[in-house]
Unconditional design. Structure first.
Length: 279
């Protein structure tokens, strides 16, 4: 499948703002920080046990239980119950991304033995937030309910001046998209995004030129530059790894070439839990 707009929620701005303010007092977690460039953290609102000590996802098949932070967001709880068929929910999280931040293009569920059906609802965003999937770019707007096919290579970026907060719900593997929302949601109209310009040859050369300055200390920064470029020029998520491998080759450093292969595998092919490759 691919990303799909399923509908939208008419948000009560004041009540939502009160919940978001309350989240300032709640601790967000960095457990998946290795997927991000910049500021990106997560607050688990519902999970398998209801315990805040469980921050990472795993395969389980019981109705998700509220964690302590969910007490701070009464309006969001109400939205979940009103708009979603909550028996099928396995996780609810808030993903918070800061300005000038993005994710490294990746595929999810590789460390699990099943694939959840993942839904996103932007609850705070700006017009310089984007998502990518394969070679496509699109925007999710406030209150829209999106299915995100996280088995495809995808990414998200926030390049405006304010935070991007998404409510993210994982449904039981195999849930049909017609079984996700209730009849309380409104139909939504897809708004196409402007196409990205072709990457000028000079920029492609500059990327290869990064091989000249590549070192262990700046490897992550180079990955961040490439991940951000991929939002600005027409490309596929996989191109980030192609660019990276090409500039590593240009650097002539065998350990960098090897590391580039390992991270491509970790983010897009296969990974064990808690085995982030280290240079
Ligand atoms: C997950 N995977 O599938 C996480 C979210 C990126 C890595 C963040 O829950
Ligand atoms: Co993802």
């Amino acid at each position: 499948m691919s990303a799909q707009l399923l509908g939208k929620i008419d948000l009560d701005k004041d009540r939502l703002a009160a919940d978001i303010r309350a989240l300032d007092t709640v601790e967000f977690s960095q457990v998946y920080a290795d997927f991000a460039c910049g500021r990106w953290d997560i607050c688990v609102l519902r999970n398998a046990t209801g315990s805040s000590t469980e921050q990472k996802i795993r395969t389980h098949d019981a109705k998700a239980l509220p964690t302590p932070p969910s007490k701070h967001v009464p309006y969001i709880n109400e939205l979940i119950e009103r708009c979603f068929r909550s028996d099928g929910i396995r996780y609810v999280r808030i993903m918070r991304m800061g300005p000038n931040s993005c994710l490294i293009p990746h595929q999810d569920y590789l460390e699990l033995n099943d694939e959840y059906v993942r839904i996103h609802v932007p609850i705070e965003t700006n017009d310089r937030c984007w998502n990518t999937e394969d070679d496509k770019i699109y925007q999710m707007r406030m209150g829209e309910i999106w299915f995100l096919d996280a088995t495809r290579i995808h990414s998200a970026g926030c390049f405006g001046e304010t935070d991007r907060l998404h409510l993210m719900l994982d449904f039981q593997p195999g849930t049909r998209l017609s079984e996700v929302v209730t009849d309380q949601v409104q139909p939504a109209e897809l708004r196409p995004s402007d196409p990205r310009p072709e990457m000028p040859r000079k920029i492609a050369e500059a990327i290869d030129g990064l091989g000249m300055v590549l070192s262990k200390e700046n490897f992550r920064d180079v990955v961040a530059i490439l991940s951000k470029f991929h939002f600005h020029y027409r490309s596929h998520g996989k191109d980030v790894y192609r660019w990276l491998s090409s500039l590593c080759e240009k650097s002539g450093q065998a350990d960098m070439i090897q590391y580039a292969k390992e991270i491509e595998k970790y983010y897009t092919l296969s990974r064990q839990p808690d085995t982030v490759p280290r240079i």
